[in-house]
Design a protein around this ligand. Structure first.
Ligand code: PMP
Length: 450
């Protein structure tokens, strides 16, 4: 207990605030989909450090590649090229369709989006950027402007996008800033509890058009879209939304950026990249999280034309593309192929979605079950008539109960009302069944206490 108290004080207060853990789990060790705390208690990890541990905690092959490279060479900066960098860039590019072949390596998703925004502005000569309600694109001063999720905003009027959860207005700060409009969200308020009853695509496309007409006529640099919103709560767009949005953006001279930080590397099951599920071709793709299976890495991949505009300046990143990161990234890509990670995501994810849908039909408080592959959101409501989000206290109760039964999941959504399930993509059907039983029990317990 004393150790716990000391360590709790040492916690990053923001992290504790966001996660609302009553009693943090001090993790000590991991193996594939399993984590152990300092007391030796085992947990089924269904959150993977926020969709980051892609192939499994301390995956033997990735750990071996890291060890081997760590003994040979860690760091040179891009001033001295090295074989792992060359090999990795080639390998990563081979996972992307033409013309997306120019690779830039960073250390995080925020850095990748920051860089993508810079590229878009240099290439188009324009400044304004459009992002969507509920989006998360990073936590730095620039990328916070792209992030619309109010929970992550600081209360200062600094041009960093909108500060209102519902983002009804275009906000333009002193530096232009980002324009955050209603995204085609499937939150409870808008549509859930009745699959397929979403606000029509035209509504959202209409909003986007209005943004262009009223706020950014012909001056757009970029549009950022997560193929499925992650932090926003596994939010999916209506069919054709991204396709039509990309077209509108391009007609007005902007470039289209797919933020694949959560959706990349097979997470959505049906495709390696989330954008492929929308039948669109982005001009820039940003990625991080699953790219390094937990090792700090990120990347921006773009077209030769955009790369050429970017090459007019000097870009430098001390750690980006260091030998250790490249060796790890390379072995993650190999492991995804060898382990059939994407196929597991599709098979187990689809199964889990079906099982969770049974809980939606069983309980009044389970408003919506959505997602693709192993990127799943379960939206909780007070009841299916009012569609009001379940209170943070109730969410915490269920969350803690699930944790006490040995499963770790995440929370998210515009109102913090969505449980997020994004495990290492090596979980089994048995793990899925175990979680559904635990979730069922925890909701049952909650209903009993009400
Ligand atoms: N984009 C998306 C879609 C994300 O989910 C996140 C992180 N949650 C980021 C960007 C930022 O990545 P990082 O935390 O590595 O900076």
């Amino acid at each position: 207990e004393q150790m716990l108290a000391i360590r709790t004080r040492a916690c990053n207060p923001m992290t504790t605030k966001v996660t609302h853990y009553k009693k943090p789990v001090f993790v000590h060790q991991g193996h594939m989909q399993w984590l152990w705390d300092v007391d030796g208690r085992r947990y089924l990890d269904l959150f993977a450090g926020v969709a980051t541990v892609s192939v499994g905690h301390c995956h033997p092959k990735v750990a071996a590649a890291a060890e081997q490279q760590a003994k040979r060479l860690w760091h040179t900066t891009s001033i001295y090229p090295h074989a792992p960098l060359h090999e990795y860039c080639e390998k990563l590019a081979s996972h992307l369709p033409e013309p997306l072949q120019a690779v830039y390596l960073t250390n995080s998703g925020s850095e990748a989006n920051d860089l993508a925004m810079l590229m878009a502005r240099l290439h188009t000569g324009n400044f304004d950027v459009i992002t969507l309600r509920g989006s998360y694109h990073g936590g730095g001063p620039q990328t916070l402007g792209l992030t619309s999720n109010a929970a992550y905003k600081y209360p200062i009027a600094n041009g960093f996008g909108c500060t209102n959860t519902m983002c009804p207005d275009v906000f333009r700060g002193p530096w232009g800033g980002s324009h955050c409009r209603d995204s085609p969200v499937q939150t409870t308020r808008d549509c859930s509890c009745a699959p397929g009853h979403c606000v029509a695509n035209e509504h959202y496309i209409g909003q986007l058009k209005e943004t262009f007409d009223t706020s950014v006529p012909r001056r757009i640099a970029a549009f950022f879209g997560e193929p499925i919103q992650g932090v926003g709560g596994a939010v999916q767009y209506p069919n054709n939304y991204l396709k039509e949005a990309f077209q509108l953006v391009r007609e007005r001279g902007g470039v289209c950026i797919a933020d694949e930080v959560q959706t990349g590397f097979g997470r959505t099951g049906s495709h390696f990249w989330g954008f492929q599920g929308h039948d669109v071709m982005p001009d820039i793709v940003t990625m991080a999280k699953g790219i390094g299976n937990g090792f700090p890495m990120g990347a921006v991949v773009t077209t030769p034309e955009i790369a050429a505009s970017f090459a007019t300046g000097v870009h430098f990143n001390t750690f980006g593309g260091n030998p250790l990161a490249c060796a790890i990234g390379s072995s993650v890509l190999d492991s995804i192929r060898e382990d059939g990670t994407q196929q597991i995501s599709l098979r187990v994810g689809t199964y889990l979605l079906t099982r969770l849908a049974q809980l939606r039909d069983k309980y009044e408080v389970v408003g919506d079950v959505r997602g693709k592959g192993l990127m799943i959101g379960v939206e909780m409501v007070k009841d299916k008539v009012s569609k009001e989000p379940l209170s943070p206290e109730a969410m915490n109760e269920i969350f803690e109960d699930i944790k006490d039964m040995g499963v770790l999941i995440g929370k998210g959504g515009v109102y913090g009302q969505t449980f997020r399930i994004k495990p290492p993509m090596c979980i089994t059907k048995e793990d899925a069944d175990f979680f559904v039983a635990v979730f069922d029990r925890s909701i049952h317990n909650y209903m009993d206490r009400r």
